[in-house]
Design a binder for this molecule. Structure first.
Ligand code: NAP
Length: 325
């Protein structure tokens, strides 16, 4: 089969389509014939040698796919050969075939093109577990979503709105801001021209955001804490502005606020299975109802994996970039 392998000896890692042996599903696993693979920022880090895949995962990138089940391993129930599925992976999605844990697959959602469905697993699981499990967003609360135009952000905006929250999102530039507003944000901050703390205070009549879902990290930390309401929860999921930031503990104490962070990839299979099951129960109906939909910036052939990553690196994508084998 074909896979997009990384030559680590090349500076920054170089991607090329190579012939590799086809994998076989083990206990509790399924073999998926991919029609599409989602591209993520983690893949950029992996290509640069800074985010090695966990033990047992294929060495090529790809955290999510959509396709049809070609084979099931021993002990698999609830997933059958021929089923159209999406899967959350530890790696290996940039290929014709991939092995996934059956518990990390979901039926391809009704009403969504199977290729576009590969845009869902990573973003939906990330948005769900951080907004609901970690931040415990409640209807009527105000949620600030940084990077509302991104792969995760486009889903998080729609999901937070569907959960009954008021959404403020950031986007870079007026055209991207308008598109984020169309996804259901009550207010959008063009971060190139506006101060998000002031915008949050204006939208909430000075109260602040109950929840901040942050893809920036380091340098944004002081402003994120300033933007929080009393009992606010800041959940850091990305480090686009660095891994270290200054935390004003007195502000945190005065607001009785919480600062936390999570990653999806490093969680145990059991935790991922729980997240996937919750997504199936709570988010899949929202997708079937058209209240949450994948936002796809581009579909590119597997051979254009370098161009796909470059689109992400340049910050051009609105939503997800997909690779189509
Ligand atoms: N922790 C986890 O489990 C987890 C899971 C998935 C992803 N992530 C991380 O979450 C982050 C977002 O992922 P993604 O897939 O959504 O990436 P993406 O599609 O590349 O989106 C990144 C977003 O950040 C925005 N952005 C860039 N610079 C900004 C700035 N200075 N101020 C405000 N916004 C800025 C960009 O939009 P504009 O240019 O429109 O502002 C873009 O919407 C990445 O760092 C990724 O690694 C974490």
């Amino acid at each position: 089969m074909r896979a997009v392998t990384i030559s680590p000896q090349a500076s920054g890692g170089k991607l090329a389509v190579s012939d590799v042996p086809a994998p076989r599903p083990g206990v509790g696993e399924v073999l998926i014939e991919n029609v599409s693979a989602g591209v993520n920022r983690a893949d950029l880090l992996q290509r640069a040698g800074k985010y090695p895949p966990p033990a047992g995962a294929p060495p090529w990138p790809g955290l999510e796919v959509a396709g049809s089940v070609r084979e099931t391993g021993p002990g698999v129930s609830g997933v059958s050969v021929g089923d159209r599925v999406v899967a959350l992976l530890e790696g290996g999605g940039y290929a014709d075939l991939v092995v996934a844990r059956a518990a990390q697959t979901l039926p391809a959602p009704d009403g969504v093109d199977l290729v576009d469905a590969a845009a869902l697993p990573e973003a939906v699981c990330t948005a769900w577990t951080n907004l609901v499990d970690t931040a415990r967003v409640r209807p009527g609360e105000w949620v600030l979503i940084h990077g509302g135009s991104g792969g995760v952000g486009t889903i998080a905006v729609q999901l937070a709105a569907a959960l009954g929250a008021h959404v403020i999102a950031t986007a870079g530039g007026p055209e991207r801001a308008e598109r984020v507003r169309a996804l259901g944000a009550d207010a959008v901050v063009d971060h190139r021209r506006e101060d998000f703390v002031a915008a949050v205070r204006a939208a909430t009549h000075g109260r602040g955001a109950d929840v901040v879902l942050d893809v920036l990290g380091g340098r944004a930390l002081p402003d994120n804490v300033r933007a929080l309401a009393h009992h606010g929860r800041l959940v850091v999921i990305g480090l686009q502005q660095g891994r270290r930031g200054e935390l004003d503990l007195s502000a945190l104490m005065a607001k009785r606020a919480t600062v936390t962070g999570t990653t999806l990839r490093s969680r145990t299979p059991q935790e991922k299975a729980q997240i996937v099951a919750a997504v199936r129960e709570h988010v899949w109906p929202l997708i079937a109802a058209g209240r949450v939909r994948p936002v796809v910036h581009a579909r590119l052939p597997l051979a254009d994996a370098e161009a796909a990553l470059a689109t992400l690196e340049r910050g051009e994508a609105f939503g997800k970039v997909l690779l189509v084998p």
